[in-house]
Design a protein around this ligand. Structure first.
Ligand code: RET
Length: 285
């Protein structure tokens, strides 16, 4: 039941690529946290909950990715004899499990966030919120259980074998069904909402859909990595995948929602931040 990362020795290049990537991840979350705080007044008050939810996501992602980095650096030590990083004696092995618990917070927040930047009736908003919460949470919980069996095809002695492989795939499949439900709801929501927006706001929502689809698909890719690439390169690839996915699904997604809210504020609410601050006059337009 060990995470597959604990089965390999790493060259310094592999070891540090993971350490550096994880560090970049939490540094981006802190920088973006400041962005979301400072841009909150650039959108009309009715959109501001979206920025607040981005702030919640940034704080929890910063903490978890920091913990993830510490988990990596504590789990392995340099073995002078071979020049490789090997599992540290007596240390907790590396685990991605913390990530899943972080997703339990961030997935519902990211899904709720968009509900504050589109127009919905109260009933529809409540309905979507409940289904987003239910399917998003079930997707993560079932995937969390499944990931304990990820080294099934690598290790026979520690809970591996056919039964473990079946558990890994069955829990992964159940999780994927909930994932499809989330994708379906999001696709429908974005398609409906775009109809009543200005052209430029609708354009941003078109980009949000593609960003959402591609970045969320990367997570199941990370789940399958122990089957696809059961070696040190797979370990490095998995952390790179998660970091690209995290920056895209949380930070770039949040920035695009802010942009859409800025456009809607100007086009539909006559809330022109440039004019409020005098920036437009200073620029001479
Ligand atoms: C799991 C298990 C295997 C099957 C599927 C999964 C989907 C995970 C997703 C996670 C998204 C996380 C986000 C986090 C942001 O903080 C659980 C890996 C389909 C889509 C967006």
């Amino acid at each position: 039941m060990e995470s597959f990362e604990n089965f390999y020795a790493y060259t310094p290049m592999e070891y540090f690529m993971v350490a550096h990537t994880l560090t970049l991840g939490f540094a981006v979350m802190l920088a973006a946290l400041i962005y979301f705080v400072l841009t909150i007044r650039t959108v009309a008050p009715r959109f501001r909950i979206s920025s607040i939810l981005s702030v919640v996501v940034m704080v929890s992602a910063f903490l978890i990715l920091f913990a993830q980095t510490t988990s990596w650096t504590n789990a392995f030590v340099l073995d002078d004899a071979t020049g490789l990083y090997v599992k540290a004696a007596g240390a907790d092995g590396f685990t991605n499990g913390y990530r899943y618990l972080n997703w339990l917070i961030d997935v519902p927040m990211l899904l709720f966030q968009i509900l504050f930047v589109v127009d919905l009736t109260k009933e529809r908003r409540v309905e979507l919120r409940n289904w987003f919460w239910f399917s998003g949470t079930m997707m993560i919980v079932t995937g969390y259980i499944g990931q304990f069996f990820e080294s099934a095809n690598i290790d026979g002695a520690m809970g591996g074998g056919a039964a473990a492989l079946a558990s890994f795939l069955i829990w992964g499949t159940i999780s994927t069904l909930f994932f499809f439900h989330v994708l379906y709801l999001m696709n429908k929501l974005i398609a409906e909402s775009r109809e009543n927006m200005s052209e430029r706001a609708s354009g941003v929502f078109g980009n949000i859909w593609w960003l959402f689809l591609v970045s969320w698909m990367l997570y199941p890719g990370g789940y399958l990595m122990p089957l696809l690439l059961p070696n040190a390169a797979g370990v490095v690839g998995r952390q790179l995948t998660y970091t690209v996915a995290d920056v895209s699904s949380k930070v770039i997604y949040g920035i695009l929602l802010t942009l859409a809210a800025q456009y809607r504020s100007e086009d539909e609410y006559d809330y022109k931040y440039d004019e409020l601050t005098g920036a437009a006059a200073a620029a001479g337009d």
